[in-house]
Ligand binder design. Structure first.
Ligand code: WT7
Length: 632
């Protein structure tokens, strides 16, 4: 194991101090353990003003050589990937490092054969099948920028993302399995591509064996293209600061933005954080349940584990199919030792029968992880007691699409653990809390806005095609700081507890949506005049979506109208953004300057209307009484 795995609290403290006093020395030494074709000229150059952040510039490398080739000598026959299908009766698939290397090279050659080259943007819209992992790595192999779009997004969302990045290729499948359902993926791609002139080639992987529409001259089947293609593909040489991928995420305003990560820094940070947080050991079987369509899947299903030479498990299905014991059955089946999931999954299983977990041994488990949203104490204890048998540390990992990797988290068995607390920053991470003026709050036992005052290798470099947007979103709220958009507390012992977003972003089951984005979708419905969306506490999803909607004419049946509005959102964004509650109102609480007072709507949505605060600046205070009376 690489010698930078921290083994004690003292080692953590030492590493942390060193990382602050000599960040370049600290990260330079870690980066030295990777395979570089040419060493970097400079470890770090940065300012948060523009922003301009460059790690290891001048360094030449390819992340797939570090994920695959460098392991071949010592781990060629070790399992790299285990794939468990949706249906437990279907056979699972396993690839050794040698086999995965061949698959990736072959897929990379198929990409090249179809015209892909370094710098191209390639959209991947695929279910959780092995080819998804292989496709992502194949793009990285040839230096094409992957933009994975979660296969639950609608055609319109996909089209927006494709057009924003000007992708010239789409990698997809005929369909997908999700629990008891089968979904026609290619049909969604076809619909999206009606509005994407930049796309010249679509490569389709067969999953369901369905007959699908293939557009002549544009669409090809992977299994036909791959015939006779070489399993040897030298990796493209990349600069550390060349783009590795784009991943779209929602902000508080406008359309989703393309978060850009680059090759070198992301690689170093993915492995460093993976090895430490989970205290990964060579014999571990590691399972991250996230879809590769989200950043968690990028960094901790794929890149982090493979860089570390780990065996990573990929699961096609859902936690509740064929029953609530599916996760635990898979843990026992493969002897999973490290298990990483989201609070929403834990809460949905908590609601079921306790025997669904107690009937599995779960003896192999050593470390449990949580990610995506604050984990409430009840869920934390259930996880710790019934899954971890009070034997496994639970690491509550706080990070973001923009941070590339875990930032604040307990290091399993090494740094303090406290329910509901992400706890301490990893070495190299310098969080601070600020007040609304941007002044640093230095004491403990305080609450504030969470910012970072120093760059780290895995951080966002820009937002694709619009650098100013990155500056405005993250670097302009507080001078010389990266602003996370989260509020946090720091307890008497300096441990962090993330409270949640302080901007107009809702976190639904660990997925981010801007309220503006959902409102825009709702407003597309022809009956809608205006809408306002807020989040509210939801037992399973963490936050639910509550929409207040003004309509043109009173409908015969409100239920039909609600269903229609939901349909509009599903079409514009996807099922995951479906409003949970829609309240028809005749007006919204607005100030005289026309600004919606969301504070009031949030209170109503939370079911707490006892104290709505000052409503004197409202244009029409009566509207508040009506909204209160009609609350759902
Ligand atoms: C937002 C980032 C990080 C990958 C998955 C989500 C919230 C994330 C935690 C946690 C409390 C958390 C924050 C953050 N969040 N992890 N452990 N405790 N909140 O990535 O979609 O970029 O969302 O998720 O609000 O800002 P994302």
């Amino acid at each position: 194991m690489t010698n930078y795995q921290l083994k004690s609290y003292e080692e953590y403290q030492e590493a942390y101090q060193r990382s602050v006093e000599d960040p370049e020395g600290f990260w330079g030494e870690i980066a030295d353990t990777f395979t570089w074709r040419k060493k970097w000229d400079r470890v770090l150059e940065w300012n948060f003003e523009e922003p301009n952040v460059k790690w290891f510039q001048g360094g030449k490398m390819n992340i797939t050589e570090n994920c695959l080739d460098r392991h071949l000598k010592t781990r060629g026959n070790k399992l790299a990937l285990i794939w468990e299908p949706n249906d437990p009766k279907e056979r699972f698939i396993r690839y050794t490092y040698r086999e995965l290397h061949e698959k990736v090279c072959q897929f990379a050659n198929v990409l090249k054969k179809n015209g892909a080259k370094k710098g191209d943007r390639i959209c991947i819209y695929m279910p959780m099948i092995p080819e998804l992992a292989i496709a992502v790595l194949a793009c990285a192999r040839i230096g094409a920028v992957h933009s994975v779009v979660f296969a639950g997004f609608s055609a319109l969302s996909m089209a927006d993302r494709i057009n924003d990045a000007q992708c010239n290729m789409v990698l997809t499948s005929d369909g997908l399995n999700r629990g008891a359902k089968q979904i026609p993926v290619k049909r969604v791609v076809d619909e999206a591509l009606e509005n994407c002139p930049s796309v010249e080639r679509v490569i389709v992987v067969e999953r369901l064996g369905w007959a699908v529409n293939m557009v002549e001259g544009r669409d090809v089947w992977f299994h036909e293209e791959v015939k006779g293609v070489s399993k040897d593909c030298p990796a493209e040489e990349m600069d550390a600061e060349d783009m590795l991928f784009i991943l779209y995420t929602s902000g508080s305003t406008g359309k989703p933005k393309g978060v850009v990560h680059t090759c070198g820094g992301y690689m170093v940070y993915a492995q460093y954080s993976f090895l430490n947080v989970f205290q990964y050991q060579e014999s571990d079987i590691y399972w991250c349940t996230a879809d590769i369509g989200w950043v968690t899947g990028h960094t901790y299903l794929l890149y982090g584990p493979l860089l570390s030479g780990a065996t990573t498990l990929m699961f096609e299905g859902v936690p509740t199919y064929p029953d609530n014991g599916r996760f635990w059955q898979v843990c026992d089946k493969f002897g999973v030792t490290i298990f990483y999931t989201a609070p929403t999954a834990i809460r949905s299983l908590m609601a079921g029968d306790i025997d669904d977990v107690l009937s599995y041994s779960l003896d192999s488990l050593k470390v449990l992880g949580s990610v995506g949203e604050p984990i409430n104490e009840e869920a934390w204890h259930w996880y710790h007691t019934h899954v971890g048998k009070e034997r496994c540390p639970v690491v509550d990992t706080w990070w973001q699409t923009e941070t590339g990797g875990i930032m604040i988290s307990t290091i399993a068995g090494v740094t303090p653990m406290k329910p509901g607390h992400a706890a301490l920053p990893l070495p190299g991470i310098q969080p601070i809390l600020v007040d609304s003026e941007g002044n640093e709050i230095t004491e403990n036992g305080v609450e504030g806005y969470l910012c970072m005052k120093f760059p780290w290798p895995g951080m966002i470099r820009t937002t694709y095609g619009d650098h100013e947007r990155a500056r405005l979103s993250y670097f302009s709220t507080y001078k010389d700081l990266y602003f996370t958009g989260d509020g946090a507390k720091r307890d008497e012992n300096g441990l962090y507890r993330i409270i949640g977003r302080v901007d107009d972003v809702i976190n639904v089951s660990g997925h981010r949506f801007g309220t503006a984005e959902i409102e825009e979708a709702i407003n597309h419905n022809e009956h809608v005049v205006e809408s306002a969306v807020v989040g509210y506490p939801h037992d399973v999803k963490g936050q639910g979506i509550y929409a207040f909607v003004i309509i043109k004419d009173k409908p015969e049946k409100e239920e039909y109208l609600r269903a229609e509005i939901i349909e509009t959102v599903v079409e514009k964004i996807g099922k995951i953004a479906r409003p949970d509650k829609i309240q028809i109102v005749s007006g919204l609480p607005k100030t005289r300057s026309g600004k919606i007072m969301r504070r009031i709507l949030r209170k109503v949505a939370e079911g707490d209307t006892s104290n709505l605060g000052d409503t004197s600046t409202l244009l029409d205070p009566d509207v508040v009484d009506e909204i209160k009376a009609g609350a759902l």
